[in-house]
Design a protein around this ligand. Structure first.
Ligand code: AMP
Length: 282
């Protein structure tokens, strides 16, 4: 497995891989890999001749008072996990490599980036779309795998790829959970033991939404209210948002037409956790 730190070398690797007629799969991550990331890697391996994983904590997707500095990092461990999974190349650039001093260009997916997570994190998706566009240009993959865990991100990336004509197929892989239901996340490490226990209520609130919906309650306000009450009763978490939207457009649900995304973000002190589920219309 190759560890590649410069854009030039990454480009050279991609060019020679393509010249051999091999396809390239790509899994972008911020590292501190867990089973959720590994599933994306395994999914990507099914489709590609060669697989690139990027490990880069992208500063432009963090707000000024967010956790960029303290975001967990462990490259040695990530490297050995990637090796075990049969990854061909790990792209591990520095900030200086990715953002030159006079960087001025950003990719913005309008509207979709302003709702849900975009309300409390107004510059977050601009950072995500910008770095993913840069990485696509550098790695030149045939397809890339993202996790359903970041449902809004997946919708935005698909929109960007279509709008800007990136020749990259986007695959979205299911959410991987701990045995008690908590969605795996590098940020779970911030939780103390009480918060860790309480955080399981997020998944239970999503299960409640599933139960209500399949039991015939199709009133989003009533479902969200029940979820809110459960979370507030069983945890000290502070709800950032609970939304029910059309799973493809993130617009208002289209009753009987599109699947519904139930998504939430909850703060446990300064740790912000997100989770979601899809209510299938049939
Ligand atoms: P991150 O390193 O948190 O930026 O995540 C990198 C990729 O892994 C993104 O596409 C995430 O959606 C995906 N991912 C993170 N956690 C999970 C999870 N628990 N299940 C599925 N995918 C995940």
């Amino acid at each position: 497995m190759k560890v590649i730190k410069t854009i030039e070398e990454m480009r050279r690797w991609s060019r020679s891989t393509r010249a051999r007629g091999e396809t390239i799969g790509f899994v972008p991550t911020m590292g501190y890999l867990h089973e959720g990331h590994l599933r994306l890697i395994r999914e990507a391996k099914k489709h590609a001749d060669r697989l690139v994983v990027s490990i880069y904590v992208n500063p432009t997707q963090f707000g000024p008072n967010e956790d960029f500095e303290r975001y967990p990092r462990d490259f040695a461990r990530d490297e050995s996990l990637c090796k075990q999974e049969g990854v061909d190349a790990v792209f591990y650039p520095s900030n200086e490599e990715m953002y030159r001093p006079f960087h001025k260009t950003y990719v913005i997916t309008e509207d979709l980036s302003e709702i849900m997570c975009g309300v409390s994190r107004p510059t977050h998706f601009r950072g995500v779309t910008t770095i993913v566009a840069k990485l696509f240009n550098i790695v030149q993959p045939d397809f890339a795998v993202f996790g359903q865990k970041d449902a809004q991100q997946a919708v935005i990336i698909k929109r960007m790829v279509e709008d800007l004509n990136f020749p990259v197929k986007i695959i979205v892989a299911p959410i991987v959970r701990e045995s008690d239901g908590l969605a795996m996340s590098s940020r779970n490490k911030y939780l103390n033991s009480r918060q860790r226990k309480e955080a399981t209520v997020l998944y239970r609130s999503l299960q409640l939404a599933e139960k209500e919906y399949s039991g015939g309650n199709h009133d989003p306000e009533s479902i969200k209210q029940k979820m809110r009450r459960l979370i507030e009763r069983e945890s000290g978490g502070k709800i950032d948002y609970i939304e029910m939207v059309d799973a493809e457009t993130l617009g208002a649900p289209r009753p009987g037409e599109g699947d519904i995304l139930v998504a939430l973000a909850v703060y446990f002190n300064s740790t912000r956790l997100i989770d979601n589920t899809i209510l299938k219309i049939r």
